[in-house]
Design a protein around this ligand. Structure first.
Ligand code: DGY
Length: 314
């Protein structure tokens, strides 16, 4: 009998075909009663394939005594209970690198769309407002200072793109890096010195509500905030208030505190551009991510080194 792979999604455009020979695949999203299917197969499940919208918590992990590996179709892994996986010695893989360019492009798209009022302009034309007036002026990117929060894989690609736009790049993160950009060990003074700020850091406890009202006040009334990290990195009610009261100028958001729920107030604001968490969402990149999920799972069961293991600090 083949071992069981518990899959929470279809692994993007590539699908799960590459795992069909080796595993009995439970396609959980197709099941009427997922809970009872898990109960029925709990002793046979050796692998989980999930994405960032699937909460892989303690209860589920503990219910699967033979689980060996969790492969997530995302770079972020804040939806997985790390303490429990670590305790059980369960391997965890993600999809870094292959999505960095794409996610950085999404960040730039949000930055441009927000600064240059692209979405507002589109609506202006479509709704016939052009006949009666002019779209308010946008904001120049060139020679402005952009603060990158988290200069990892995605953040570094953003920095390169911002350099091409002739922007001044500075960054904040837990460690100073060997890069030609000014480093801040504290986010608030960086926000004070920035015209725009883009969040690319991981989610989770360490960055929860990192961008609070103090940071937003420091960014200031002309400031633009772009979030392609996680909704949890920003104090969302504080952000809504800051946009309503002119504490900051505008925001471009790909991520939210409780996806897919987006506060009504944000939906009605002209100075906000909203996306449905599509940082890595292109055919090419999602195909590469799906391949990496398959390669990691196969590598594990072939006794080979994992391609992209999430290595956790003890
Ligand atoms: C991920 O994969 O974790 C990111 O959210 C991409 O947008």
């Amino acid at each position: 009998m083949k071992p069981v792979l518990l899959s929470f999604h279809n692994n993007g455009p590539l699908g799960l075909g590459g795992l069909e020979d080796r595993f009995n695949i439970i396609r959980l999203w197709k099941e009427q009663d997922p809970e009872s299917v898990i109960q029925q197969h709990k002793n046979d499940v050796v692998a989980i394939n999930c994405a960032l919208s699937h909460q892989i918590g303690k209860k589920l992990i503990e219910a699967l005594p033979n689980l060996e590996i969790i492969a997530t179709y995302s770079v972020g892994f804040d939806h997985i209970d790390l303490e429990t996986t670590q305790k059980r010695g369960i391997k965890l893989t993600n999809t870094p690198d292959v999505l960095c360019q794409e996610t950085a492009d999404t960040g730039m798209a949000l930055l441009l769309a927000t600064a240059r009022r692209i979405v507002e302009g589109d609506m202006f034309v479509r709704t016939g407002k052009w006949y009666n007036g002019k779209l308010p002026l946008g904001i120049t990117l060139a020679h402005k200072t952009i603060g990158i929060v988290g200069l990892g894989g995605v953040g570094s690609k953003i920095a390169k793109r911002c350099e091409a736009f002739e922007m001044e790049v500075v960054y904040y993160g837990p460690n100073k890096k060997d890069v030609p950009y000014q480093y801040y060990s504290n986010i608030t003074p960086m926000a004070q010195d920035c015209d725009m700020m883009i969040l690319t850091c991981p989610g989770g406890e360490a960055t929860a509500n990192l961008v609070d009202i103090n940071v937003l006040e420091a960014l200031g009334p002309k400031g633009i905030l772009v979030n392609i990290a996680r909704g949890s990195v920003v104090d969302q009610p504080a952000l809504v208030g800051a946009l309503q009261n002119g504490v900051i100028g505008a925001a471009g958001l790909d991520v939210f505190a409780d996806e897919p729920h987006v506060p009504e107030e944000l939906i009605s604001m002209d100075n906000v551009v909203l996306l449905p968490h599509i940082g890595s969402a292109t055919l090419e990149t999602r195909t590469k991510m799906g391949q990496l999920v398959i390669d990691n799972i196969l590598a594990h069961f072939d006794g080979k080194e994992l391609l992209t293991e999430v290595v956790r600090q003890k």
